[in-house]
Structures are given as structure tokens and as C-alpha cells.
Write a protein that binds this ligand. Structure first.
Ligand code: FEO
Length: 176
């Protein structure tokens, strides 16, 4: 049985994934504008925006498969990215890390709700998101730690930009 309460909460999560996708996109654009040469960091953020869209798609398909309906015509229900500014690359990754922690806490609440509602299909479905959040928090934290070490040192950022391509590829391969 796919309860209304679960469906409503999953739709909220779908919105959060949409918002995450827009957030990563806006961050990529900001980095491209401000630090044009840092293409590795920029592409990491652009690619991750696509991944977040994938997280949203997974939810749409699940809701529809269970007999719900994701009604995109109700525009008032869907987020657009909020105005957010960054003072530096470090500030951007701090904000991103905080964002991912919030997403993790929402996923945890959804898991809790699925158990309360005895919806074990949804409980099982959500395990993918639990694993994903462990990886995402760890990935963004590792990037943040490195950027904190580098600060605004141009040589360090240049090397890190090169490094992130390999670092990101390795982590992504493990999680796919
Ligand atoms: Fe889909 Fe970064 O959470």
C-alpha cells in the first residue's frame, strides 16, 4: 500500500533533489565566472548537477510505479534555486557540505517514516539514498578539507584543480 503521507514526503524529497541539481549548476556557473581556469572543479560541479537530476528522476519513477503521480504542472510546488552568494571557493564548499548534511537528515527522516508507515517497499527503495548520502557527504568533506589546506594559494588551487579530475573519477567509479 502506497500511502498518501509517504507520497507527499517523497515528492518533497524529489523537490530537494531538483533544488540540489540547480544548486550545483549555479555553483558551477559561479566558479566558471570567477575562476575560469579551474575547469576541473567546474566540471565536477556541472557533472554533479546531472547526478542530482538522476536522483530526482529515480524518485519520479518510483512514485509513478507505486501508483502515485508526479504532477509537474503544479508549478507552485517546485523549487527554483534560492539566491546564494559566496565569498570564496572555500565558502562555496562549506555551504555545499552543509547542504548535503541537510539532505542526509531528510533522507533519515524519510526512512523513519517508511518504517512507521510499515511501507517496506519504500524502506528498501530508500536504502540507495542512504548509501548515496554517505558517499556524498564524504566526497564533499574531502574536497573541503583540501581547499581549507590550500586557501587562496593560486599554485595550490591549480594543482588541486588537476587533482580533482582523478580524485573525483575514482570516487565516482566506486559508488556506481
Ligand atoms: Fe541527491 Fe547530493 O543529494
Amino acid at each position: 500500500m502506497f500511502g498518501k503521507k509517504i507520497q507527499v514526503e517523497l515528492e518533497k524529497q524529489l523537490n530537494r533533489e531538483l533544488k540540489s541539481s540547480q544548486l550545483y549548476l549555479s555553483m558551477a556557473s559561479w566558479v566558471e565566472h570567477r575562476y575560469g581556469g579551474l575547469d576541473g572543479i567546474c566540471n565536477f560541479l556541472y557533472d554533479h548537477s546531472d547526478e542530482e537530476r538522476g536522483h530526482m528522476l529515480k524518485l519520479i519513477k518510483y512514485i509513478n510505479k507505486r501508483g502515485g503521480y508526479v504532477d509537474f504542472f503544479n508549478k507552485s510546488k517546485y523549487y527554483i534555486v534560492e539566491k546564494i552568494s559566496y565569498s570564496s571557493l572555500m565558502d562555496l564548499f562549506h555551504k555545499l557540505f552543509e547542504h548535503e548534511k541537510k539532505i542526509s537528515s531528510k533522507i533519515n527522516s524519510l526512512v523513519e517514516l517508511s518504517l512507521q508507515e510499515k511501507d517496506f517497499f519504500t524502506y528498501n527503495f530508500l536504502q540507495w539514498y542512504v548509501e548515496e548520502q554517505i558517499e556524498e557527504e564524504s566526497l564533499i568533506k574531502k574536497i573541503l578539507d583540501k581547499i581549507e589546506l590550500i586557501g587562496e594559494d593560486k599554485g595550490g588551487l591549480y594543482l588541486f584543480n588537476h587533482d580533482i579530475k582523478n580524485f573525483y573519477n575514482k570516487v565516482e567509479k566506486k559508488t556506481r
